[in-house]
Ligand binder design. Structure first.
Ligand code: ATP
Ligand code: MG
Length: 353
């Protein structure tokens, strides 16, 4: 299929393959699914191979991304027909942001989900900081292992000094990056909530529970050392920080309606898109699966209007009537698409779908 220049809206009944289509697009660029961590689920029932090919055109130059997963051969990625790593293809690969009903966990779920989402944004916004999260995770695991060893008497508490300092240093970098990201995102988030009709006061707040200074984190870890040894884990630090989405001073997570939570997540996604564009990156491709449900007709119109302001997006809905009319929208019927694909498949025995 071809995507329209702006908003491509795919509609079709339940089970017709809309989520599969969005997942395929995501897979082509990332060699992952946003729906499952088990790539085996992507292989067609009764088949051996999942394969997606996507062409991306920019200033008349087209690059072809191909990604496959096979039970025997594992994952493979190609750029213009040659095997390519993520790094090889990254200069040509558009950033892709996904909304799916499962991702409402970012708003509704526990703080860890929001931390991880924020860290992914930090990595996309500042590629030089993309290793901070895993570096912090490793350091935390090492300190926790040592806490257990001290509790069992096989190591001395003094050995914790080095690890406290290391954890504090990386933790401070991570917490500062998150804080910087949130202050950059906040004005764009407020603007998006206004555009999408999430009425009221809206705020993004990063609560750096341990602060953003290495010295204060190190001191805090020192004070809690005995507690941590008894618990055999680090009970305090940036891994307990919280990103809050607040609506009229209350957490959207606890008090927001279904529609409000959806608008909150979409606003966050639009804010991220704006921040990346502001940093000189190409406009990310937005893939919004089943985005219209729970939104009233005026919010559905606002969403399409906002998507229409720039960049390409693919949205899906179970009913065509859920997609507002707009010059920005190219409508595609999933059933017609499948019909055309199966006719093409029977005409050309070499077609690989
Ligand atoms: N690995 C697989 N191989 C073949 N078919 C699969 C595989 N995984 C899922 N399916 C089936 O593909 C069909 C399409 O599912 P999909 O989730 O894309 O539908 P949908 O159009 O998004 O529906 P809904 O409107 O309910 O969200 C379903 O019948 C599903 O059971
Ligand atoms: Mg679906």
């Amino acid at each position: 299929m071809d995507l329209g220049e702006n908003v491509t809206a795919v509609h079709g009944p339940n089970g017709s393959g809309k989520t599969n289509l969005t997942e395929a697009l995501y897979f082509a660029f990332t060699s992952r699914s946003f729906r499952t961590t088990d790539r085996r689920d992507l292989v067609p029932f009764g088949g051996n191979l999942a394969r997606v090919r996507v062409g991306v055109t920019d200033d008349d130059v087209t690059h072809e991304f191909m990604c496959s997963y096979g039970r025997e051969e594992g994952s493979r990625s190609f750029l213009d027909g040659a095997p390519a790593s993520r790094e090889d293809s990254s200069p040509f690969r558009p950033a892709i942001t996904v909304f799916s009903p499962d991702r409402l966990e970012i708003v509704k779920g526990p703080p860890a989900v929001r931390r991880s989402h924020l860290d992914a944004f930090v990595a996309a916004r500042w590629p030089s900081r993309s290793g901070l999260r895993s570096e912090f995770g490793r350091s935390l695991a090492q300190r926790n292992a040592l806490l257990s060893a001290v509790a069992e008497g096989s190591s001395s508490p003094g050995q914790l000094d080095t690890w406290d300092l290391q954890l504090a240093t990386i933790g401070a970098k991570l917490a500062s990056a998150r804080q910087e990201a949130v202050s950059e995102l906040t004005p764009a988030y407020r603007k998006a909530t206004l555009d999408l009709g999430l009425e009221g006061e809206n705020d993004l707040i990063y609560r750096a529970s341990a602060g953003v200074e290495a010295s204060s984190i190190a001191a805090g870890l020192g004070e809690r050392r005995d507690t941590d040894i008894a618990a055999r884990r680090t009970t305090w630090g940036p891994h307990h920080d919280e990103l809050r989405l607040e609506h009229d001073g209350r957490q959207l997570r606890r008090f927001g309606s279904q529609g409000q939570q959806r608008l909150g997540l979409l606003s966050l996604m639009f804010a991220e898109r704006l921040a990346l564009v502001g940093a000189g990156r190409p406009v990310p491709l937005m893939v919004l699966d089943d985005v219209m449900s729970e939104l009233d007709s005026s919010r559905r119109e606002r969403l399409v209007e906002l998507l229409g302001t720039g960049g390409q997006s693919l949205i899906t809905a179970a009913e065509g009537s859920l997609i507002p009319d707009s010059p920005a929208v190219t409508r595609v019927s999933m059933l017609e698409l499948l019909d055309a694909a199966s006719r093409k498949g029977s005409d050309d025995p070499k077609a690989d779908g």
